[in-house]
Design a protein around this ligand. Structure first.
Ligand SMILES: O=C(O)CCC(=O)C(=O)O
Ligand SMILES: [Fe+2]
Length: 196
């Protein structure tokens, strides 16, 4: 199965050309990466990748706030954000940066459907460095597929993708090179629940 059989995914290959992508990879790789061990409620978690989270002032995201400090935008991340926003005609206020140091790093099956992303979470996902497959699996039917994400590609996850499908980047033990992924998101403040 290819991405074409998942109508909620749209892949734009070569959004950045090879030279630009290699340069962006190097610049992002050189940023300061935090420790991937976290203690939450007395338990230690080890993320099988490195992450940073960048957002506009005042934007809180429970997933990241449990694990990650919120950083401000770097000039490079801001430049990419502006380019993606102009292309998609959508605005984003945050980005999660994932570094898969080699094929041992991965992300397990999940969907990005936190309440803070709103009912219709469109996510723009950029890849720099090694090509890895994004696998997807239908929540009800179990139907599966994958799409290869080359360096410089932009994958648009349409809102219904998170409603109907789980996704993962599986480990690939023989892969020695790194991959950096940016997922641009729009976090909407969730109003406090008021008990009657
Ligand atoms: O690395 C990728 O392509 C996907 C990352 C992802 O699913 C996430 O950060 O939520
Ligand atoms: Fe995800």
């Amino acid at each position: 199965m290819t991405a074409l059989s998942c109508p909620e995914l749209r892949l734009i290959d070569g959004f950045y050309d090879a030279a630009e992508s290699a340069q962006i990879y190097q610049l992002l790789h050189g940023q300061d990466w935090p420790e991937n061990r976290y203690i939450v409620a007395g338990r230690q978690f080890i993320l099988p990748r490195l992450q940073t989270w960048h957002a506009d002032p005042g934007i809180r995201y429970s997933y990241s706030n449990n694990l990650l400090e919120t950083r401000s935008w770097t000039p490079l991340l801001l430049k990419i954000r502006v380019q993606i926003e102009a292309f998609l005609q959508v605005s984003f206020n945050s980005v999660l940066v994932n570094l898969y140091r080699n094929g041992e790093d991965y992300v397990g099956w999940h969907c990005d459907n936190e309440a803070e992303l709103g009912e219709q979470p469109l996510i723009a996902s950029l890849t720099f460095g090694a090509t890895r497959p994004l696998q997807f699996r239908h929540k009800q039917t179990g139907q599966r597929g994958q799409v290869l994400l080359p360096s410089g590609s932009l994958l648009v996850m349409q809102p219904n993708f998170q409603h109907h499908w789980l996704h993962s980047i599986p480990p690939e033990p023989n892969l020695m090179t790194g991959r950096i992924n940016l997922t641009f998101r729009n976090v909407v403040p969730v109003s406090e629940k008021i008990d009657a």
